[in-house]
Design a protein around this ligand. Structure first.
Ligand code: NAP
Length: 307
């Protein structure tokens, strides 16, 4: 099968690219490995998307997906396993379905959660270890839980969980947060959220399911030796890693720590190949910047095809 424009990833960047390409007269095929929405689906509340004071990630994801579908984007729920160059086109391979050739391709595959890599994390995954407060928080209603990380995800998760759980302990490896000041102030003001700063998680402990975390003092801590805090669940929010492994079949594309370098028109070093959203080398990874990239990439891909 051969098409004009393919888009890999159904987060805000890929969906926006599809909308702009449709409006430019193309009918792109967008591949999404799970559900459209990307990391929005993991975000309890979004308050910094322009024009919308407050919306759940799920609702914003649904609205973006519905808009793309209404315009005629062909959304296919299938994971792209590899991309190779084939006579100036891009050959996409899947598990079990036939290859597709695209004349132009937008990569908007985003990033997935990072693991802590400590003992107990794998063992208790799904039994108290979670990477998604929105998905799993309700299982710990009225319990004491912990959140690990100091970014917007960790502080947003802590606020969300504080409304469901008895207490939330935020464990962060430094004494300063990376998260937006407004989120830190809100979490600090919540009665049932406490911060444990300058501490690393050494292990997730329990019998059959999570019961505690063993913490180790980090630089700047007043503690001298490891200690334990009890928690029925730990929500790990220590950032993301780029989902770009499927691009290794394009040796011409040199990645930077797994992220795709582009110019400001979202063009990569390979003609016809564009990148948008969190997968791109950039300084600010937000929904607002993902949709901005998507608009640029969708428009540029259409111009490439028409040129
Ligand atoms: P992030 O901003 O990269 O923050 C990751 C946090 O985890 C940092 O505090 C980091 O500590 C910590 N960390 C990393 N590796 C660790 C390890 N091995 N052990 C312990 N701690 C570790 O990731 P994020 O919070 O998931 O956010 C990702 C992107 O999405 C960001 O650009 C963020 O602004 C955006 N986002 C935005 C919103 C919103 O605006 N509503 C919501 C969620 C996410 P250090 O600070 O010490 O490096």
């Amino acid at each position: 099968m051969s098409i004009e424009l393919g888009i890999i990833g159904g987060g805000p960047a890929g969906l926006t690219a599809s909308v702009y390409a449709c409006r430019a007269g193309y009918r792109p095929v967008l591949w999404e490995g799970s559900s459209c929405g990307g990391q929005m689906l993991l975000t309890p509340e979004i308050e910094n998307y322009p024009g919308v004071s407050s919306v759940t990630g799920m609702d914003l994801a649904d609205a973006m997906t519905a808009q793309a579908e209404a315009l005629g984007v062909d959304i296919r729920y299938d994971a792209v396993r590899s991309v190779r160059l084939a006579d100036g086109s891009f050959r996409l391979s899947f598990d079990g379905t036939e290859d597709v050739l695209c004349r132009a391709l937008v990569i908007a595959s985003g990033a997935s959660h990072r693991s802590l890599g400590v003992p107990g994390e794998e063992e208790f995954r799904g039994r108290g270890v979670s990477y998604c407060a929105v998905c799993d928080g309700r299982f710990f209603s009225g319990k004491d839980v912990a959140v690990v990380g100091g970014g917007n995800t960790a502080l947003g998760d802590a606020m969300y969980l504080s409304r469901i759980c008895r207490s939330v302990t935020v464990v962060h490896r430094r004494d300063a947060f990376r998260a937006d000041k407004i989120l830190v102030e809100r979490a600090a003001a919540a009665e049932n959220i406490r911060f444990v700063l300058s501490a690393n998680v050494e292990a997730v402990l329990g019998t059959g399911r999570v019961e505690a975390l063993r913490l180790r003092p980090a630089a700047g801590s007043s503690a001298e030796k490891p200690w334990e805090i009890s928690a029925s669940a730990v929500f790990i929010a220590v950032g993301n890693a780029p989902q770009s492994g499927f691009l290794s079949g394009i040796p011409e594309l040199v990645l930077a720590d797994g992220y795709v370098p582009t110019d400001e028109r979202c063009r990569t070093s390979v003609p016809g190949l564009f990148a948008a959203g969190d997968i791109r080398v950039k300084s600010l990874r937000q929904i607002a910047t993902a949709v901005s990239d998507g608009a640029v990439a969708g428009t540029e891909a259409a111009a490439y095809l028409g040129g």
